[in-house]
Design a binder for this molecule. Structure first.
Ligand code: GLN
Length: 456
């Protein structure tokens, strides 16, 4: 009840696309019954959660914040939602995002932008929530739910977590099933978790993680539930922490740089071995990502033709015209732009020059990570380059052109598939949250989250 009240109190932040009070009431009732007669199903039994609106939910609309899927109701559940249900969790609603998760601001939704609760103001003088999982981040930050699911292809869980002052985890690629997550870039997409503390994040991860036969990239290795030691009982003595110098990029604000430094010194003072490392191919990540992203988008988006499901234009002249008009009206400019450029990169005369080349660069970026693990166990980096930008500034033309820069520090982890977590550190001069990121090697979540908890 408290969560549902909170959901309606924060209506003006536009964090939710669909509210699921009915489902919540039923699920909650069942949970209460269980508590009377048997052991709770899990730590999440009866716990309110929210889910980004690009995860399929049976009989509940799943829009991807797009006109194309505005009235789409899936006939099955994403594995992650099913696992939450099986664990007794209660769904409070589906959260806002950038259309098809393309963006870093939650500004490109047909339902309007999600406003950050930090630095809130009426009109357009508000701070962006970050994205594309901005609705989930705001839902968690405001206490409308205990935790929320996001998706993370280039930073979409960690970026809004950092701007909204919550924890955002991008698990190892393949650890959490993508079945039922509407794809953006299949080779990089992972379901992400947003919660207020690292312990809460772990509780959710323990329910979600593990092999799923419905996802061909799901890891088969059995998942061992993570149990973090109590905060006072941890030590980081001897832990090798790397500071990758290339993450100190041109647009990084002085303030974020200072916080980064401060925490590095703190870790050193607590006995960690902190050293600078080099990951020379980091600077190519963004451009390499944009090519691979657009190629996979071009392929993924082909399914939206107005025939099988989703929006259909009122066009009867020919099938080709029906496809074309449906796609012209059903997608925003960002989506159309990516489809067009993706198809350009995939033309037979361009394929080797762009797509194959980008795959090679991706390999170099991955090698950077493989090499760095010879030296250190974990990396400490910024999450975002600044605190949450003002909406007005973020949507200005120049910013639009360089919007990808916001993913500079988050994106390489998706290229490599490694786990990364953003944790809130302190407030900026503007009184807004600033987060830092920890990156670990594949399947190092137990260590990664333990260190995150230590810093938290
Ligand atoms: N900003 C990136 C993009 O628009 C990443 C989005 C994401 O992680 N879903 O592609």
């Amino acid at each position: 009840e408290l969560a549902l009240n909170r959901v309606s109190e924060i209506h003006k932040l536009n964090a939710f696309i669909t509210l699921t009070q009915n489902e919540a009431q039923i699920q909650c009732g069942q949970s209460q019954e269980r508590y009377k007669t048997q052991k709770p199903l899990s730590e999440l039994d009866g716990v309110p959660i929210a889910i980004k609106d690009n995860f399929c939910t049976e009989n509940i609309k799943t829009t991807c914040a797009s006109k194309m899927l505005e009235n789409f109701t899936p006939t099955y559940n994403a594995t992650v939602y099913q696992r939450l249900l099986d664990a007794g969790a209660v769904l409070v609603g589906k959260t806002n995002l950038d259309q098809f998760a393309m963006g870093s601001g939650t500004i490109d939704s047909i339902f309007g932008p999600t406003k950050n609760v930090w630095g809130y103001s009426e009109g357009d003088n508000f701070r962006i929530s970050g994205g594309s999982s901005g609705g989930s981040a705001v839902a968690v930050a405001t206490g409308a739910c205990y935790a929320a699911l996001g998706s993370d292809t280039g930073g979409s869980t960690r970026n809004p977590a950092s701007y909204c002052g919550v924890v955002g985890l991008k698990p190892t690629y393949g650890l959490v099933s993508r079945s039922g997550l509407i794809p953006l870039v299949n080779s990089m997409d992972v379901p992400g978790i947003l919660a207020r503390t690292v312990d809460d994040t772990v509780s959710v991860l323990n329910v979600l993680a593990g092999f799923d036969p419905k996802d061909s990239t799901s890891l088969t290795k059995p998942y061992k539930k993570i149990r973090l030691p109590p905060a006072g009982k941890m030590s980081i003595k001897g832990l090798k922490v790397g500071i990758p110098i290339e993450y100190n990029c041109e647009q990084l604000s002085e303030e974020v740089c200072d916080v980064w430094n401060e925490i590095a010194i703190l870790l050193k003072n607590e006995g960690a071995i902190v050293k600078q490392v080099s990951m020379p191919n980091t600077e190519y990540s963004i451009v390499c990502y944009s090519i691979l992203n657009q190629c996979e988008v071009a392929s993924n988006m082909a399914r939206y033709d107005g025939i099988e499901y989703g929006f259909r234009a009122d066009e009867h002249y020919s099938t080709e015209k029906l496809y074309a008009t449906t796609r012209r009206l059903g997608f925003n400019d960002v989506v159309k732009n990516r489809i067009l450029t993706g198809n350009y990169f995939l033309l037979s005369r361009n394929y080797t020059k762009y797509f194959e080349q980008a795959l090679k660069v991706r390999r170099l970026i991955l090698n950077d990570f493989d090499n760095v693990w010879d030296d250190v166990t974990i990396l400490l980096t910024p999450t975002t380059l600044t605190d949450a930008p003002l909406y007005r500034d973020f949507v200005s033309k120049t910013n639009r052109d360089q919007c990808a820069a916001q993913d500079f520090c988050t994106q390489p982890a998706n290229m490599a598939g490694v786990p990364a977590v953003s944790i809130p550190i302190k407030l900026s001069k503007n009184g807004l949250p600033l987060g830092l990121q920890l990156i670990g090697k594949n399947l190092s979540e137990p260590l990664l989250l333990a260190v995150a908890k230590y810093i938290e």
